[in-house]
Each structure stands twice: as structure tokens, then as C-alpha cells.
Design a protein around this ligand. Structure first.
Ligand code: FAD
Length: 421
């Protein structure tokens, strides 16, 4: 829903309602930045804008959850490598250490003319610059037979939090020799290696607890991130347990029945015990409400992550169409720092630096067997472009793989501190 000025002021009833609407307003003299979404992009942006402007910018962060559970390391939780509570991070540090006004509510509308964000509570929050980092929502009908109303039977577990707990409980309750199925998403989607790390972690759990169980990976894509590395790891650690059905075998023609717990692949019905459906994805709904999408994602300038449709709005992370960066927490965090620098410079006159971005995606195959892929990026008129890259190699020593895993643990500590402390 986009609320425009004409609709907003069109009737006297609306005007009366508007005048009665509570305004969340702070000191008017200082510029106001409102950040919607307190995840990898939004929490980082709020923290850096507040920190680097040292009180010269009034920062409000709108986020419905009181505790953000990272998707990253959610797969390691499924594998038994970390505890659920290790994934949760609160917003107290942002309020206490940086004076950020944290509002726990949903943003439901953006009036780009009036420069206000409407909250589910009915309150209206004015901004000079708006930052949207709402993550993803799912494309309706992308997997035949599945909708969000079926997520209790067939969880997506792709937004962090309770869905991941549910999936873990379902895997733990599988009968001996049962079948775990995953419907992998089409491109583009958040965390390109995420589904395949999840397969590795589920296989790890099953090998330890349910060694005759089977994993069915139904995939609409011809190929996937770090494919050679994943398949090498699956052969070494989980031989015979994992079957991938790609598009050549009907993996793109799939239908699920959450009541019967079946997966139908190119007309062949499989009964399964757990089914993790990861649907097709698009920008979080508030980007559509703001009217700044291309129908799927929000196009942005590679130089500062501002929307190509409204230069008062910055879009970060998964919701943005920015060019070559994968949709990852590392990417969102990196983009947030570039955007924060640009926003502080625009609003206070401080120095803006050229955009440089980086990303690494680590994945765990089995105990101490970590792999990674990453790149550094710069801005161009066409979008963000990669300037160099690296990837783990098949056949690396156990020491290299253990060191790669330890790097990922250090990264997790670093990014969550960079967002919340
Ligand atoms: P998010 O971090 O999802 O934050 C969005 C926030 O916005 C949420 O807190 C949500 O509550 C809030 N929100 C949404 N709509 C509204 C609204 N209308 N009003 C107010 N708030 C709203 N990335 C890595 O870098 N490394 C990894 O190892 C990694 N592993 C992953 C594993 C899995 C299984 C998955 C699913 C993802 C993984 N990712 C990883 C990807 C990473 O989680 C995302 O790319 C990243 O979180 C995107 O950041 P974001 O800010 O765009 O969205």
C-alpha cells in the first residue's frame, strides 16, 4: 500500500483521522533518518549513521521483533553445531550506546510526498531520509500446492526464528529410515549456498542420529553456488544419502501436498516425512508499499544504494537490485556502511568516500570442513561489479578447511557486534 498525499487528505474524515494520528516526532532541528528493518542491513545502517553523526542526525529504527535471530548459522543450528539462543540478538545496545529510537512495530505504508512512514499501530513517523532493509518475502504460487498458510506443515525456515526451530523439531522426529525433502528456490534468492549448506547440516544430523534416512533435493536450477565443493563434500561425508533431482530429471516441475506430505516430481509421487519448501523470493512487502520496485526487487544506484525511483530512499540488502553482489548478510552489512557514509555526508556535510563493497559466504560441510566463496566490488553506472574473487578448492587439506570454519566463527562474532553492540 502506498499512501499518497491526495488519498491521505482527500476527505474531511481522512483529514480528521490524520490530525488524530499520533506522530512519533523527535527534535525537529536535526535531520531525521528512519530505518525500516533491523536485520543485517538496517541494524548496521542505523548504528553507523548514529555513531558517525555523533548526535547530528536523529535515527529511528522500526523493527517488529524484539530479538533478531540470524539466518546465518541457522543451518549450523540444524546440524547441532550451535544452540538456538546463540542466534538471537536484541536491540538494547543500539538504544543505549547510540541513542537510536527503536520502535517495535511493522511499517505498513510510505507516503513519499509527505515523507512519512505509517506503522501498524497507526502512528506516522516523519523522515528526511528513509532506509529500507526489509529482507525478502515469498512469491505466491512459486511452488505448486504450497502457500505461507502451509508453513506449519512444510516450513520454509528461510527468515530465521521460529520456522528454523520448527524444521529442527521435525527432523528430530523423523522415523528411522525416513525421507527429508527440500524444494530449492529458483534464482535469485537470499544466500546462494544456503540451501546446500542446509542439506549438508541435515545430512550431518541424520548420519549421527538416523543413518538409514534419505535426503531428496528437488532443484529447479541447472547448477548452484559452490556445486563442485558441495558434491565433493557430500560424497566424502554422506555417501549414498543425498539424491539431487535437477531440472533435467523434473526438478522444476514439482508440486507438494502439505496434508498428505507428498512431493510430486514430474508426475511421480513421493511420500516424505519432512519437506522444507524454500519458495521463489522478492523484496519485502514494504518496498512494494513504497512503490520503489521493478515488480520483484528495488533497483538502486551502485554508488550509494539510493533508490533509482526516489533518491530520498536507500534500499539495502536482499531487497535491493544492485548488480553482482549475492544476497547475503555480509553484503547487506557492507552496503549499509557505504550507504551510512553517504547519508551522513549528505545530511551533515562530512566527507563521502567512494563505494567499495565486499562479501564472503562460508558454508560448513561437516565437522571442521568449511568452504568459502567471496569477492570485492566497486560501483559502476551499470551496477555493483566484482573486481576480484576467491573460492575454496576441492582437495584442500583438513587444516585449511578447519581454518576456514574458524574464520566463519570469527566473522559471525564480528558482524553481529557490528550490527548490535
Ligand atoms: P534481514 O536480515 O532479513 O532483515 C530484515 C528485517 O526487516 C527483519 O528483522 C524483519 O523483521 C524486518 N522487516 C521486514 N518487513 C518489515 C516492515 N514492514 N516493518 C518493519 N520491519 C520489517 N548471509 C551471510 O552473509 N552468511 C551466511 O552464512 C548466511 N547464511 C544464511 C543461511 C540461511 C539458511 C539463510 C536463509 C540466509 C543466510 N544468509 C547468510 C543470508 C542473510 O540472512 C540475508 O542475506 C541477510 O539477512 C539480508 O539482510 P537484510 O537486512 O536484507 O534482511
Amino acid at each position: 500500500m502506498t499512501i499518497n498525499r491526495r488519498a491521505f487528505l482527500g476527505t474531511s474524515a481522512a483529514l480528521t483521522a490524520a490530525l488524530a494520528t499520533p506522530m512519533i516526532a523527535r527534535a525537529q532541528a536535526t535531520p531525521r533518518v528512519v530505518v525500516v528493518g533491523g536485520g543485517s542491513g538496517g541494524a548496521t545502517a542505523a548504528r553507523y549513521i548514529a555513531r558517525d553523526s555523533a548526535g547530528a542526525i536523529d535515527v529511528t529504527l522500526i523493527e517488529p521483533q524484539r530479538v533478531y535471530h540470524t539466518c546465518y548459522f541457522g543451518n549450523l543450528y540444524l546440524g547441532g553445531f550451535v544452540a538456538y539462543d546463540d542466534l538471537g540478538h536484541g536491540y538494547q545496545g543500539l538504544a543505549a550506546n547510540y541513542g537510536i529510537n527503536v520502535v517495535h512495530d511493522w511499517a505498513v505504508g510510505v507516503d513519499r510526498d509527505a515523507k512519512t512512514v505509517t506503522l501498524a499501530s497507526g502512528a506516522s513517523v516523519p523522515y528526511d531520509r528513509l532506509v529500507l532493509s526489509p529482507g525478502i518475502d515469498f512469491v505466491d504460487g512459486s511452488v505448486q500446492g504450497w502457500s505461507v498458510s502451509a508453513q506449519g506443515r512444510m516450513p520454509h525456515a528461510y527468515k530465521g526464528g521460529t520456522q528454523v526451530e520448527l524444521l529442527k523439531a521435525q527432523i528430530a522426529a523423523m522415523p528411522q529410515g525416513g525421507t527429508f525433502a527440500m524444494i530449492a528456490p529458483p534464482n535469485p534468492y537470499r544466500c546462494p549456498p544456503g540451501p546446500y549448506e542446509r542439506i549438508s547440516m541435515v545430512a550431518h544430523h541424520l548420519r549421527e542420529n538416523n543413518p538409514t534416512a534419505k535426503i531428496l533435493l528437488v532443484d529447479p536450477k541447472e547448477s548452484f553456488s559452490k556445486q563442485g565443493l558441495f558434491e565433493d563434500g557430500w560424497n566424502r561425508h554422506y555417501s549414498g544419502m543425498i539424491t539431487r533431482i535437477g531440472p533435467d530429471m523434473g526438478g522444476a516441475v514439482v508440486e507438494v501436498d502439505p496434508t498428505a506430505m507428498t512431493v510430486t516430481i514430474d508426475g511421480v509421487v513421493e511420500k516424505v516425512d519432512v519437506c522444507n519448501v524454500i519458495p521463489g523470493q522478492r523484496a519485502g512487502q514494504i518496498a512494494f508499499a513504497a512503490g520503489i520496485t521493478d515488480g520483484n526487487w528495488a533497483p538502486v544506484s551502485a554508488y550509494d544504494m539510493t533508490s533509482k525511483i526516489d533518491s530520498n530512499i536507500t534500499v539495502l540488502g536482499d531487497a535491493a537490485a544492485q548488480g553482482a553482489m549475492p544476497k547475503s548478510g555480509f553484503s547487506a552489512n557492507s552496503q549499509a556502511k557505504v550507504a551510512a557514509n553517504a547519508i551522513v555526508a549528505a545530511l551533515t556535510g562530512s566527507r563521502a568516500f567512494p563505494a567499495r563493497y565486499s562479501n564472503t559466504c562460508w558454508s560448513l560441510l561437516d565437522t571442521d570442513d568449511g568452504i568459502k566463496v567471496g569477492a570485492t566490488y566497486e560501483a559502476s553506472a551499470e551496477g555493483i561489479v566484482s573486481i576480484d574473487s576467491f573460492v575454496s578448492q576441492v582437495g584442500e587439506t583438513a587444516d585449511v578447511r578447519a581454518a576456514t570454519y574458524r574464520e566463519s566463527l570469527d566473522w559471525y562474532e564480528a558482524i553481529t557486534s557490528d550490527m548490535f553492540v
